[in-house]
Ligand binder design. Sequence first.
Ligand SMILES: O=C(O)CCC(=O)C(=O)O
Ligand SMILES: [Fe+2]
Length: 302
Amino acid sequence: MLQEEELLRLDALSPKNILKCAYDEYAYLEMRRYYLKSDGYICERSQDNISLLRPIKPYSYSQSHSLVDRVQANRHLLELSDEGYSIGVLPDHLNDDCETLCAYLDSIQIDQSSSARSFEVSLNKLLTFNIVNQIINDAGLKYLVDTHLRCESIINKILAWRTVYRKNGDHNISEDAMMYHYDLDHLNFIKIFVYLDDVDSGNGAHMYIPRTSAKHRHYIDDRLRRDGRFTDDEVSDCGLHGKSIYGKRGTIIFADTRNFHKGTQITDPRRSRYMLQLQFTSSLFGAKQSHSRKELIMLNKL
Ligand SMILES: O=C(O)CCC(=O)C(=O)O
Ligand SMILES: [Fe+2]
């Protein structure tokens, strides 16, 4: 068993040492165990440590252009701290850039496996799309994320995918994140989801249950105090109901996905859902990295 203090020491690294965080499966699993055991309290301790090591750099919304203005950023921060998620809309001038990425995702072959999703995970490829560059180079968005995480964040995952219709029987909904679960790649992190095309009840809305991360589970049914996937019935039997997030192209969702969430199956065979996802974390300690060391250095200008 890894001591809690040791785990926190692995997690809190100074700016010089951020990348000195080799993946260790045992430590990662211990992190997940402590998360549940401490009702999320270990996250607060981690956040306190890291905010001292890597404090937020100042930023002024009035002096630069951002995809979110100060009023919207404050609303997102309030909603994030209250509900764990917040929804906005990117400026209309990015609509064409969203569409360009959709068209590219359409060109990726969906294999014949039980998955309904086809991914683009190559950073080189993703960085050829303006929508991705606009988001990762936006200082106002970064400030919002940093303020939420209470430290200078690290962007450590970018991916985009298309989801298509699959018949019930030949579809693995657990693998495709269409069963309720929580993410815990790191102790403190936030995901940004962007709907690259309109999403309504027919094409796989993201669903989210506010206030269900471990620090809230004290107040909810013990049956949900475990790791893994949950069926809709398991969740509703505990009195919880997800919110479906519908939105037009360019909808941006800031989400602390330590709260329960899932995608949904597409019910209209003619339609797809197109999603861009970015993850910002306070530490690289935790799950295996999706991008190489060189890519992380480049993305974070380290
Ligand atoms: O597809 C979705 O809406 C959910 C995906 C998900 O669970 C995740 O990216 O963490
Ligand atoms: Fe997830």
